[in-house]
Design a protein around this ligand. Structure first.
Ligand code: SF4
Ligand code: SF4
Length: 423
């Protein structure tokens, strides 16, 4: 029988088997320590992702590499630690190129799930938009380096029947990437290849022709989350006079108009909204110019050309509170997929070499009256001060209007796990 020991979590004493992994010991007492790379069967643990950072006997360190012993004192849920963990995940999003709505793993991705679990709405770090290789050379798999978090799982867990490694780290430091041994990869069975795709915590390993996406409500983690809702920081509300109709303006910049469609998704609820607010400049009203100052501006889409910048700056000037709605406005979203490619190449692809271009086409349209394309797509907060961000692709109508009512009329705001999404 294993020896028992006493250890402390956040000042309370608990019992566990001596030598038990700290993540498991905490979970046995209903305390969730988030982790992307820890898996019980991997010994020694990888300790690569650092999402499980805790304070262990007064020092910061990963919980997954710690064994429980008598007198161990750990802190796991202080505001500082929660923020550090969130920052680690935000860095992963900002360092890679993660476009969830177009990802084969969306809805079944551990990184995405961790973002939801920790309430990551937007990264506080600038996105690097590095141009990374997508390796198509292997027989069965595609390695999408833009999504790899270098957790090492594939390196340690994917072997051929002869026991040969298929993945390995190549290069060092910041240059480290996961390489594929093409010869060994070709020896994998279809089932082994699919297993590699599934064990990768992101959508970095893709088996040709396979996709694991799941819609909201049916995402792998929808029913397993430890979060039930997120009570965000109290919203700074306006002076609320319920009799006064508030003026709201909306605009769509570099987006697909999906967030506006979502706004309309409240169906007949729009009649209640119309009782409370009047719409000024907006594609919903087709009013082209501000008729006066507005209480609230809702912006969909980021900035991809000079006209977008002009419109956004005008919105900032004319609206007391500016709210950006949806992934494109929050950080660039799907249009920012072009940020890893030089603008000249994007224009050539669009006008000269695309499937719909005339054979031999040589002209890329240009006229001084046309808005100038920017070198990349910019998030709204890179151009103007933004008061609130509502993530989602698109955010649900309920989520948007709940936030709007809370800002304008002081209605209570809480964000349910089921409403929080960016896939
Ligand atoms: S689903 Fe996961 S791997 Fe795919 S883009 Fe989103 S976070 Fe990245
Ligand atoms: S490819 Fe996937 S499993 Fe391998 S290191 Fe990258 S994220 Fe981890």
């Amino acid at each position: 029988m294993k020896k028992k020991c006493a250890f402390w979590i956040d000042g309370k004493s608990y019992e566990a088997d001596e030598g038990e992994n700290l993540v498991d010991a905490a979970l046995a007492h209903q305390m969730f320590i988030p982790s992307l790379c820890y898996h019980k069967h991997l010994e020694p643990p990888l300790g690569t992702c650092r999402t499980c950072i805790c304070k262990i006997n007064g020092k910061y360190g990963p919980a997954c590499t710690e064994k429980v012993h008598d007198g161990l004192k750990i802190e796991i849920n202080t505001p500082e630690l929660l923020d550090m963990r969130k920052a680690v995940v935000e860095m992963m999003f900002a360092e890679g190129n993660h476009f969830c709505p177009s990802c084969e793993k969306s809805g079944a991705c551990d990184l995405q799930h961790m973002g939801y679990e920790l309430g990551v709405a937007t990264a506080r770090f600038p996105h690097l938009f590095e141009d990374r290789l997508i390796d198509f050379k292997a027989k069965r798999m595609i390695m999408e380096h833009n999504r790899c978090i270098k957790c090492r799982r594939c390196v340690e867990e994917v072997f051929t029947d002869e026991g040969k490694r298929v993945f390995m780290y190549v290069n060092r430091g910041n240059e480290t990437v996961v390489g594929i041994d093409y010869e060994q990869e070709s020896q994998l069975t279809e089932a082994q290849a699919l297993h590699a795709m599934k064990l990768c915590p992101t959508g970095a390993i893709i088996v040709r022709g396979e996709s694991l996406p799941r819609p909201m409500g049916d995402r792998v983690f929808d029913n397993q989350s430890v979060q039930k809702d997120f009570h965000s920081a109290p919203i700074q509300q306006m002076e609320a006079d319920p009799k006064e109709k508030k003026r709201v303006a909306t605009v769509s910049l570099a987006g697909c108009f999906g967030c506006h469609m979502s706004l309309l998704d409240i169906d007949t609820g729009i009649l209640d909204v119309a009782e409370l607010v009047s719409f000024d400049k907006s594609p919903l009203t087709d009013i082209k110019k501000f008729s006066g100052r507005c209480h609230l501006g809702l912006v969909e889409g980021g900035c991809c050309n000079s006209h977008n910048i002009e419109v956004l700056q005008n919105f900032r000037k004319m609206c007391d509170v500016l709210v950006v709605v949806g992934e494109c406005a929050v950080w660039g979203g799907v249009p920012a997929m072009r940020n890893t490619i030089p603008l000249s190449e994007c224009l050539e692809e669009a006008y000269l070499h695309s499937l719909t271009s005339e054979t031999g086409e040589t002209i890329i349209p240009y006229h001084e009256d046309l808005p100038k394309m920017l070198d990349r797509v910019y998030a709204c907060n890179e151009i103007v001060r933004v008061d609130y961000s509502i993530p989602g692709c698109p955010p649900s109508a309920e989520h948007i209007w709940k936030a709007v009512k809370s800002i304008l009329f002081g209605a209570e705001f809480s964000l349910l796990y089921a409403e929080f999404k960016y896939d």
